[in-house]
Design a protein around this ligand. Sequence first.
Ligand code: HEM
Ligand SMILES: *[C@@H]1O[C@H](CO)[C@@H](O)[C@H](O)[C@H]1NC(C)=O
Ligand SMILES: *[C@@H]1O[C@H](CO)[C@@H](O)[C@H](O)[C@H]1NC(C)=O
Ligand SMILES: *[C@@H]1O[C@H](CO)[C@@H](O)[C@H](O)[C@H]1NC(C)=O
Ligand SMILES: CC(=O)N[C@H]1CO[C@H](CO)[C@@H](O)[C@@H]1O
Length: 326
Amino acid sequence: MALTIKQKLLCLVLYICIFIDGSKAQLQVGFYNLTCPQAESIVRQEVSKAVASDPSIAAGLLRLHFHDCFVRGCDASVMLVSYPWNQAEMDAIPNQSLRGYDIIWYAKWQLEQVCQGIVSCADIIAFAARDSVSLTGGITYDVPSGRRDGTISRASEALANLPPPFADVNTLTQMFANKGLSQDDMVTLSGAHTIGQSHCSSFSSRLNNFSPNSSIDPTLDSTLASELSQQCPQHNTDPKTVVSMDPVTPNTFDINYYKNILTNKGLFTSDQTLMSINATSSLVTKYAQDSATFMSNFAAAMVKMGNIDVLTGTSGEIRTWCHVTN
Ligand code: HEM
Ligand SMILES: *[C@@H]1O[C@H](CO)[C@@H](O)[C@H](O)[C@H]1NC(C)=O
Ligand SMILES: *[C@@H]1O[C@H](CO)[C@@H](O)[C@H](O)[C@H]1NC(C)=O
Ligand SMILES: *[C@@H]1O[C@H](CO)[C@@H](O)[C@H](O)[C@H]1NC(C)=O
Ligand SMILES: CC(=O)N[C@H]1CO[C@H](CO)[C@@H](O)[C@@H]1O
């Protein structure tokens, strides 16, 4: 049937309203309450199973969310695979050690069985990061959701936006500011390094030929330096060797990261550099003695990070498979 002019106008107005509303939509806690009420519990179940069989994998999932959000916003671009004509984020140097993709894939597959085409890969990553923190002894927090998945992923953008482990405090502050995060957020989110593991290449420059004056980084505790040198021999031929970022409680989300820094036992330059200026060292000192404040600030900073350049409303898509666009 043909529409009258009045009906056509109404359609146009409605379309504009939906468009404006869609482009301005905010993330909401419980976004899937009506459309897929099991969404968060299914993700949690998958993460729980994975962490039960390998407690260290929680760290992989937490880092995945960080790498997703810092490159093109939290849009699951980190999950997209490369093609001969496009090297994706996944294959950029900072991403070579990312882990936990399979858990996101499996959670997505489960979700497609119960609510097809509803839950984005970007939200699954955000839920899984939260569950990883809470399952390793950290805080449990609400994750606003309603993110949609992007369609573009470029390795060059991962290199440009992710801070390297040799960054100093000013570089880190700037790179976080570029994403709308404060210096305090940076100190707080760095606390994620209280769990997980690192390859030797991320810190080996601190162990040999550090500077003309000193072979070992003078800001690195000398006992830890010799332990690390044993774990990571100078001509280490095994690129698979990993060390715990917090050797004291490697799989527990606690304030030990900050305690380590206070005793010069931060693993990366980017960790220990937080002691180099008062503005950041004072927060390190505070967190090292106040777990409650750290936990609640960490939750708030994760929610803030989870909001970086998100796609909502009608932007982007809900991928069917997390590793490829629809
Ligand atoms: C402040 C700037 C940061 C730098 C320079 C940095 C750098 C790194 C590096 C180099 C690794 C080790 C990779 C490897 O060699 O395998 C790592 C691991 C990790 N990062 Fe960061 N990171 C930063 C911030 C963050 C943030 C904000 C989070 C999350 C909120 C995070 C979570 C993690 C986790 C959990 C691991 C362990 C991963 C695993 O066990 O697989 N990092 N980070
Ligand atoms: C979903 O339900 C929870 C718990 O009842 C509530 O806190 C939240 O606001 C709801 N969210 C939406 C978007 O309906
Ligand atoms: C290295 O030593 C020289 C001479 O003792 C000194 O002038 C210079 O400042 C030192 N450099 C560093 C980075 O400590
Ligand atoms: C940094 O803190 C130290 C000791 O608390 C103090 O002596 C110094 O003046 C502070 N520096 C700045 C730039 O605030
Ligand atoms: C986890 C993952 O996909 N890592 C990839 C990172 O990039 C290298 C190549 O640069 C791949 O070989 C890895 O599989």
